[in-house]
Ligand binder design. Sequence first.
Ligand SMILES: [Cu+2]
Length: 625
Amino acid sequence: MKRRRLLRSVASAGGVALLNAFVPAWARDMQVLRETPGPAIGPMTFDLVIRAHRLEIAGSTGNVTSINNTVPGPLLEWVEGRDVVLNVTNEMNEDTSLHWHGILLPFEMDGVPGVTFRGIKPGTTFQYRFPVKQSGTYWYHSHSGLQEQTGVYGPLVVHPREPDPVTYDRDYVVMLSDWSFEDPHQVMKNLKKMSDYYNFQQFSLTELYGNDEMSAAEALKTKLAWDRMRMMATDILDVTGATYTYLMNGLHPAGNWTGIFSPGERIRLRFINGSAMSYFNVRIPGLRMTVIAADGQNVHPVETDEFQFGVAETYDVIVEPEGNSTYTIMAEAMDRSGYAAGTLGTQRGLEAAIPALRPRPILTMVDMGMDMQHMDMGEPTTPKDAMATMDHAAMGHASKTDGMAGRDHSAMGHAAKPDVMQEMDHQAMGHGTAPDAHSGHAMQMPGNVGPVVARHGPDHHGAGNVSVAQLQRDRLGERGIGLADVPHRVLVYTDLKRLDKDFDRRPPTREIELHLTGHMERYMWSFDGKQFHEVDGPIEFAYGERLRLTLVNDTMMNHPIHLHGMWMELENGQGESIPRKHTINIMPASRVSALINADAPGRWAFHCHLLYHMDMGMFRVVRVS
Ligand SMILES: [Cu+2]
């Protein structure tokens, strides 16, 4: 057995010790207790206290915000059909809140300051009380400022009233999160100053020259396009392992969270992505995973070897370890800048090998929403046409925005020389007139790229949106970024089918289309080009209506979009078995729709669950009335 190697990150050994100070014995275990049936006498009551700590251990200092002195907060176990009471006391000198993520409840209990209540003032206790109407794996977190990043989050499991459709012998929560010793406000400042502050992995031409599938000219052309979009092909995550330490149930990989099993047992693992900004690729080398629930809702069991999940999503899986083997639960950050890891073993202290981090992914023309269509079709194309198309797609209205002209100029510097462009075009596009027109840019279309389903209209949503994706694809059947070519099964959204038969057959009577928009350079994030502080009022849903919400990602980043209070039924082609989700990952340059029953009156938050995107304005209020 190999010794686990420490991550090369800002987290020193002292820092690890600091965090461990907040992981009590029960969190090391994270075992979900069996619910013992009995008379339901009164509500289930929990007292939670939020405190700020400043610790200095072995040279590392950090601001930690805890719930009942732990990070993550306590594992809450509720029972469907009973009332729950949560007394949340604020012992800090700033406001706080707790939001019950994915839980259906009266809006006053939802815990979003300024939307559903006033927040919890210093020195006061707020009492949440509501009936529990669902079961499954969820989580909870602060909705105040950037507190979630400093530790205010925890797992939540609701035991079903009916017998569980799946049997298992052990039940563990595996909560993933990201931790930084930098103050989150400093992280935000850094991002605003330089959006690629944490992206040290710059995209270089030579790197692409080495790729047989991409000619030098294609590489150069691609690089220029990215420069003009002011995006980097490596901008997979805004905040990376350069500052983050990735945690599993609060533990650094060196802390080796371990789920104990006995040979022959079936184990349920409830994966919760409780991070502020990090997508994870989860796999357990040597074990197949059977996914049985997504976002707390049972799905038809589907076997996979790996899944990628966005911030705030949850997946429950069943695994069946063999004999006395030891397995590593590997959760690699989507940009491969670090990982969280733990162990499944028959006793504590066992370790299996940690797989090497795989090469970092590079964004493609598909992620950019580039319109290469007439080249795809092999239609007669002159170099000029091709460049015009790309310019249009890549720059859109960028030229008419706001003071970025200088930057454009420098980014394009050499491109402005027509002879250089002609030369490059000639190399890059020369084959455009030949019969095998596709071969040249097949490399930009990684395996199984979803079909183009729409194109962007003329409205570019103003200065708050840069680099509009011209093409909108249905990417629900695509593997997540960087997983297109891995040699094993990877879960995709089209695999998910709800288990129950509760589908509401009423057709939607209305469609609302919203675009996910951003200005990467200024680190502004928005819907339809408007940051939250710029919008006039809420998005209106009529109480009782069934509507279709269509989300279009104009940007090159993934955004996990979360609606409070109501399910989004993801239209993934599964007919009456489309899955319910509270958080839907929207891939770059994709178009996604969900059906919603507006059955919960009140004001609800609707936002990107990347903490810094939400804070920068990718947030709206939905009013159901
Ligand atoms: Cu976002």
